[in-house]
Design a protein around this ligand. Structure first.
Ligand code: PEP
Ligand code: MN
Length: 287
């Protein structure tokens, strides 16, 4: 490829050279991505009921997370499976998050839903299946609400960064990249979690990067070790699926960890964070 055609040359706004400093993404609630304090987003794959969400929110807040996750609009492979509670799910997210002092990140699937989701959420999640939904990127960019942009199922780093470029070009520089694994030849794990992109993206862009070891592995037992490895590699935060009863989960049960397992993960994360000059959200509250 001729250098003048290199996608990297098109990274006019997201490229590392576009800014002298790294971007710190700030949610309305004061949570930051990209500073010394890690952002830890945790909660169920999908909002299923008030009871389920409240149990998850209580547990993740007590363990030291600072952002509640949970899908109200679910991008399901099969149209016959649970599609999410829609706006009712957004109401539940806001209420549980407010009760526990958490911010909210939740997925928006349809450009027409951006204003509704933005009314309830502190951060819009653009999922792997929509990474190159350019209409959605433009709408989310124009909303001015911080965006978490997941890596596409089989997206190259350049494609991912160019998708982020759409958001910045639409006027929104509050963008966090989320590595969640890519399709591979090997069914041993759900996806192949690419932790090498964490230090690589630090060279290529000024945007913060977080890691999702839940979708990245698809296996609950692998979530904690890969979460610790992600922070050791320099990730600015994590996205972790936590469910009070994984066996009953409407989606992603096999990769969802229990509240007690999340607590252990957070306890072990403290030492790793300190080793790489970062702090846990709860530690910065206490400081
Ligand atoms: C999710 O976060 O539940 C989700 C659907 O993730 P992804 O888009 O990474 O598959
Ligand atoms: Mn999920």
């Amino acid at each position: 490829m001729d250098r003048s055609d290199s996608p990297s040359r098109e990274l006019r706004l997201v490229g590392r050279d576009a800014r002298p400093d790294r971007t710190i993404v700030r949610l309305r609630s004061g949570v930051t991505f990209g500073g010394e304090t890690l952002a830890v987003c945790a909660g169920p794959c999908a909002v299923e009921s008030a009871e389920q969400l409240e149990a998850a929110a209580h547990a993740v807040a007590a363990a030291g997370a600072n952002v509640l996750r949970g899908g109200a609009f679910k991008p399901r492979t099969s149209p016959y499976t649970f599609q999410g509670l829609g706006e009712r799910g957004l109401e539940l997210l806001r209420a549980s998050a407010d009760r526990h002092g958490l911010a909210v990140v939740t997925e928006v699937l349809d450009p027409r839903d951006v204003p509704t989701v933005a009314r309830y959420a502190d951060m819009l999640q653009i999922g792997a299946r929509n990474m190159q939904n350019f209409a959605l990127l433009r709408e989310a960019g124009a909303s001015g609400v911080p965006v978490m942009l997941k890596r596409g199922l089989a997206a190259t780093v350049d494609e991912w960064l160019l998708a982020a470029e759409y958001l910045l070009l639409a006027g929104n520089d509050q963008v966090v990249l989320c590595e969640r694994g890519v399709r591979s030849f090997d069914p041993a794990t759900r996806n192949l979690l690419d932790l090498s992109v964490v230090p690589l993206l630090a060279e290529l862009t000024h945007l913060p990067v977080i890691v999702d070891p839940s979708h990245g592995t698809g296996v609950a037992r692998l979530v904690e070790p890969m979460a610790l490895a992600a922070v050791a590699a320099g990730a600015d935060g994590l996205l972790v699926e936590v469910h009070p009863e994984p066996a009953q989960a409407a989606s992603d049960g096999p990769q969802s960890i229990l509240p007690a397992e999340f607590r252990t993960l957070m306890e072990r994360l403290g030492a790793i964070a300190a080793a790489v000059g970062r702090r846990l959200p709860a530690a910065s509250l206490a400081a």
